[in-house]
Write a protein that binds this ligand. Structure first.
Ligand code: G6P
Length: 618
């Protein structure tokens, strides 16, 4: 969760930007930086790794002046934080400065193209292509706004950016493509503000405009001009933010769960950033504390968790066996701890727990540790008990999750499992260079694909609302999946039952004929996860068996699969991706379906009855 703050007006920009960054401090981050344009229209830049305090010390020693500027904080990524990698980034000739949230999927060819033109790169970040490319376009005669649009046409990926140029003092240009964090424009009196999140600017103004994906804004102290990516003008009117801390924290969404569902492209970006090293075709996971010798010596993996985290632990089995060739078992943590499990010294024990405080997981970890296993936690909360008990940690980097039903922490733990499996495969030599490249590119593309599934357009909302109208009266649901989609069927059923109180069961599709089929009639809807993969035909056959008994089918299918339209009652499409990553995208419609059905039934979505965010008592 990176933060952006910008200012243009009569006041000194730096203190306003610094104060705004401080208001985003709760996120925790590994670097921060501010750029201003001084009185002589030169870019001033101060950056520092670590907490905002470090930047503050630099600013005290070396203050900055200027009435226009941008600032950035970066969420702890466990990549390689360094001053040179910190934002803002300045172009080679010092004319353009940029802040960027998101991932540029095609940064390698773009960097090559710019290097061929003579641009020198000083950081390892994908972001650095942006200032160079924008500068290159402005040097060809484009305005800053035109150059931003031209640049955005070239990049693949989700992005939120803020930029300024020495040639247009007093102007800020910001833009969004897909979903990589928000951009809010704040209106003042003779001054304007820019932020990724409202709290950063709320002390100055409550009059704001939210940028939608594929929109660009050009801001001066007197106002803002909005265009689409083609340069067509857009009319947007400021709205007034009603200030109460809870609704401000919900950021315009009705429930925290809804907000967290829509935050997933950003959460995925944060979990991927710093771990996928495309230039060297490898995964960086230092925090897992697993050296090559340890990994080569592993003979077994056990993954445990509770609830949603247990489903993520199940997916890990498929990934690790496929990519690293290590026998892997997954178990409910509360079962593991109460039997006498066999654990050898060459066992890697993976503890999945977003809170890091779930008692059954902590006890299972202690049991595994007593028996000599090496413990790696897949955890969201930094400093939690589980993180302290682990030999190594892979943090989810999802940001805080408030709704009781887990959403973004789940998809991030799926991606972390894929990264961990690749990391193990890389150390054991079980994965070819080519397969590694394919999967790293596919992982990098996930935030963009997730934003397509989570398209917040009226048409997409209407589709889910229509499904909710049609199915909210059901008393039971079946969720079916096969292979790596089986745990996702379990997760879809869990999401629906915990927030809507409809009885829902997840099944391995092949098991259906051995019991669940007896339940099927016209009143029982089944959600069938049927992506285009090697077992697609089997899933179609499951759908036919359900339909033959008058059951209703909602299929989750791959875009382009027209055949399934004739077979299922309703189809929700997801974009194609690598089969091992389908669980990430298939989860998203299941969350939205559960959410809309729960809302339709008038349930307390954020705090379902009898449930707790983390279960710390036995
Ligand atoms: C509770 C929550 C679930 C969560 C589970 C495990 O049941 O309601 O959303 O998946 O605990 O929590 P953990 O923090 O260990 O992931």
């Amino acid at each position: 969760m990176c933060g952006i703050v910008g200012y243009t007006g009569e006041q000194e920009a730096m203190p306003i930007i610094f104060e705004g960054l401080k208001r985003l401090e709760y996120r925790g981050y590994d670097s921060a930086g501010i750029a201003t344009l001084d009185q002589r229209d030169r870019i001033e830049l101060r950056r520092s790794v670590g907490k905002l305090y470090n930047l503050e010390q630099i600013l005290k020693k070396s203050p900055m002046t200027g009435h226009v500027g941008i600032g950035h904080t970066r969420w702890a990524t466990h990549g390689k934080p360094s001053d040179v990698n910190a934002h803002p980034h300045v172009s080679m000739h010092g004319e353009v400065v940029v802040i960027h949230n998101g991932i540029i999927e095609n940064f390698l060819p773009l960097r090559q193209e710019l290097e061929d033109k003579g641009y020198r790169f000083v950081s390892e970040t994908d972001t650095e292509v942006l200032p160079h490319m924008i500068e290159d376009y402005t040097r060809q005669g484009m305005t800053l706004t035109e150059a931003v649009r031209a640049t955005l046409h070239r990049i693949k990926g989700a992005a939120a950016i803020a930029t300024m140029s020495i040639h247009e003092p007093g102007t800020l240009v910001a833009a969004r493509i897909a979903n990589a964090g928000g951009v809010v424009v704040g209106y003042g009196d003779g001054e304007m503000f820019l932020a990724s999140d409202i709290p950063a600017i709320l002390q100055h103004t409550r009059s704001v405009v939210y940028l939608n994906p594929a929109e660009v804004v050009t801001i001066t102290q007197h106002g803002a001009i909005y265009t689409d990516l083609a340069g067509n003008p857009l009319t947007k009117h400021p709205t007034t933010v009603a200030w109460d801390p809870v609704s401000a924290a919900k950021g315009g969404y009705k429930h925290f769960m809804e907000k967290e569902i829509y935050e997933q492209p950003v959460a995925l970006t944060d979990t991927i950033r710093g771990r996928v090293d495309l230039p060297n075709n490898r995964v960086l996971l230092e925090s897992a504390n697993l050296d090559a010798e340890t990994v080569r010596g592993l003979s077994r993996v056990i993954s445990v968790g509770m609830g949603t985290s247990r489903h993520a632990a199940m997916v890990a089995k498929y990934l690790i066996e496929e990519l690293a060739g290590i026998p892997t078992e997954s178990e409910v943590a509360s079962e593991f701890r109460y039997r006498n499990p066999y654990v050898g010294p060459n066992t890697l024990f993976l503890a999945y727990t977003q809170s890091g405080e779930t008692v059954d997981v902590l006890e299972a970890m202690a049991e595994a540790k007593r028996k000599g296993a090496r413990i790696v936690g897949i955890i969201n909360v930094v400093g939690s008990e589980a993180s302290r008990q682990s030999d190594g940690v892979v943090y989810l980097q999802s940001g805080p999750e408030i709704a009781v039903a887990s959403t973004k922490t789940f998809v991030c733990s799926l991606v972390d499992s894929a990264l961990l499996a690749l990391y193990l495969g890389q150390q054991r030599g079980t994965i070819s260079e080519e397969r590694m490249r394919q999967l790293l590119n596919a992982i990098n593309a996930l935030p963009t694909l997730a934003s397509q599934v989570l398209d917040d357009s009226p048409a997409n909302r209407a589709m889910y609302e229509a499904l909710a109208r049609k199915y909210a009266g059901a008393s039971n649901f079946l969720h079916l999946g096969r292979g790596i989609e089986y745990p996702i069927a379990l997760e879809g059923a869990l999401k629906l039952k915990e927030i809507s109180y409809i009885h829902a069961e997840g099944f391995a599709a092949g098991e259906m004929k051995h019991g669940a089929i007896a339940l099927i009639d016209a009143n029982l809807p089944s959600v069938v996860i049927a992506p285009m993969d090697s077992i697609h035909a089997k899933m179609i056959s499951s759908i036919e068996q359900i339909r033959a008994r008058d059951g209703k089918v909602i299929a989750i299918a791959t875009e382009g699969d027209e055949e399934i339209r004739d077979k299922a009652d309703d189809v929700i499409y997801i974009p194609a991706t690598d089969p091992l990553l389908v669980p990430v995208l298939a989860t998203l419609p299941l969350q939205l379906l559960a959410y809309h059905i729960a809302v339709r039934r008038g349930a307390d979505v954020d705090q379902p009855r009898n449930l707790a965010k983390s279960v710390t008592v036995e």
